[in-house]
Write a protein that binds this ligand. Structure first.
Ligand code: FAD
Length: 427
């Protein structure tokens, strides 16, 4: 079993490498959180803030999964389109969107208030279209402003190319409420404060079985057991059948990132912005210059969770489509991560049995939604809060077994093909 961090820009630049011992023996706590990604750690943090005793069990290292490998882009919204929120009704759609913005603010506030090292938030995100789409962009800006009071600035082709100098891009908008961060440093920093506040964190401690039928829940690892009143399951795309029904409701989708060697002044004139940039495709490209001067580039999706052997080369081709001037730039490191998706693309926030919660399926938008759902679950457990009810229309849905990944892969391929046609014929 692989238990240390994958080689990535983030693991190479982690601010601390405190390692937590595996669980040994029987311990007791109010809440046992299973999975130490951003969902699990945020849940543990929110619970300790409300005075509950918490244990976090992590199979590998903290934020070893998607939370320590992602693009680092922190912005409002959920993994699916904003229009999907309407299923909850207009009032709840607004409340859900507000919650997603609260998730963004939570990360920034925690980073500042807890003085988390090496998270280095940089404000701003530019969204770009790869074909002329002034109307589409302006409509999207208007809708978000009218429905959610979230204001973004339209960028004409000329203005956009002053910021991101690529003839691949046509129209865009600037979102001042988004950021990019170092997600692994955020998670590891938060874990330190969970422990400082009395929480207990165990790495190399996979949950292998659960007995959650009685009032006292028993969660077993190879060498220990946690007895608790509540359980919160946050295993996401790296969880297995040990999670029961939640596992059968998740689609693990692979996606990819590279970072280059430090580019010094090579990006001057190409990226005249510190903001993150992302295009509007489902399987989009997103990129940013790190505070230390590397180009970090993410993109691509595989419903079949493929991890190509020539990943660095494939990803570099994506960079060259946008910036052909970077042909001689070296990829320093390339890595793959798995996102846990639900079929409706909204997170699962559900009490699946008395006092047993699932808080997972953040898809490709977890840096804000993890902290957001963590707060509503903590409110429900500690304060009889009701905000989790906003997620009632988005309950656990069967993943389609072996057909689910094939269908997910076909959806990605069809969406890419549609975009390619638009790029070809709408120039
Ligand atoms: C390459 C990539 C790029 C992305 N880019 C962005 C981005 O720019 N912005 C954004 O908002 N989101 C992004 N995402 C999505 C985001 O990273 C995820 O939505 C989020 O990190 C999921 O957090 P999580 O805690 O639910 O899951 P994870 O981070 O995957 O954590 C789950 C944890 O549970 C542990 N676990 C599993 N089974 C067990 C068990 N039996 N016992 C104990 N522990 C267990 C795993 O080891 C893992 O550490 C990206 C994802 C990837 C993969």
């Amino acid at each position: 079993m692989q238990t240390d961090y994958v080689d990535s820009y983030y693991s190479r630049t982690r601010a601390t490498d405190v390692e937590y011992a595996p669980l040994q023996g029987m311990i007791e706590a109010d809440v046992c959180v299973i999975g130490g990604g951003i969902a699990g750690l945020s849940t543990a943090w929110e619970l300790t803030q409300r005075g509950l005793s918490v244990v976090v069990l992590e199979k590998n290292r903290l934020a070893w999964g998607a939370s320590g490998r992602n693009g680092g882009i922190l912005g409002a919204g959920f993994a699916g389109p904003d229009s999907g929120l309407e299923r909850a009704g207009p009032k709840a759609a607004r409340a859900l969107y507000d919650l997603s913005r609260e998730g963004v603010r939570t990360v920034i506030e925690n980073t500042t208030n807890l003085n988390l090292k090496g998270v280095d938030p940089v404000a701003g995100r530019i969204s770009v279209s790869r074909y002329p789409d002034a109307k589409g962009m302006q409509d999207s800006i208007r809708t978000t402003a009218e429905k959610f009071d979230h204001h973004k600035e339209y960028l004409s082709t000329e203005k956009l190319r002053e910021l991101v100098n690529s003839d691949r891009f046509f129209d865009g908008y600037f979102d001042p409420e988004s950021y990019h961060i170092h997600p692994l440093n955020y998670c590891k920093g938060l874990a330190h404060h969970i422990v400082q506040t009395g929480g207990q964190v165990f790495e190399h401690s996979a949950m292998i079985s659960m007995d959650h039928t009685g009032a006292e829940k028993h969660t077993h690892t190879a060498q220990g057991c946690v007895k608790s009143k509540y359980v919160v399951m946050c295993g996401s795309g790296y969880g297995g059948p040990e999670f029961g029904k939640t596992y059968n409701s998740l689609l693990p989708i692979a996606t990819y990132v590279i970072s280059t060697k430090n580019l010094g002044g090579r990006l001057d004139g190409l990226m005249n912005t510190k903001a993150a940039v992302g295009d509007t495709r489902l399987s989009c490209d997103y990129f940013r210059v790190t505070p230390t001067g590397e180009l970090l580039w993410g993109g691509g999706m595989s419903g079949l969770a493929k991890s190509p052997a020539n990943l660095a080369e494939l990803m570099k081709n994506r960079v060259l489509e946008v910036f052909p001037q970077l042909a001689d730039v070296e990829v320093d490191v390339a890595w793959t991560g798995l996102m846990g998706y639900s079929r409706h693309k909204m997170p699962y926030v559900q009490e699946v049995a008395p006092n047993v919660w699932t808080a997972t399926a953040l898809g490709g938008h977890g840096l804000n939604t993890g902290p957001a759902i963590a707060r509503v679950v903590a409110e429900a457990i500690a304060e009889n809060g009701t905000r989790h009810e906003l997620f009632a229309p988005f309950g656990l849905r069967w993943n389609g077994s072996v057909f689910g990944p094939i269908a997910a892969d076909m959806i990605c391929a069809a969406s890419n093909f549609g975009h390619k046609l638009r790029e070809r014929f709408m120039k």
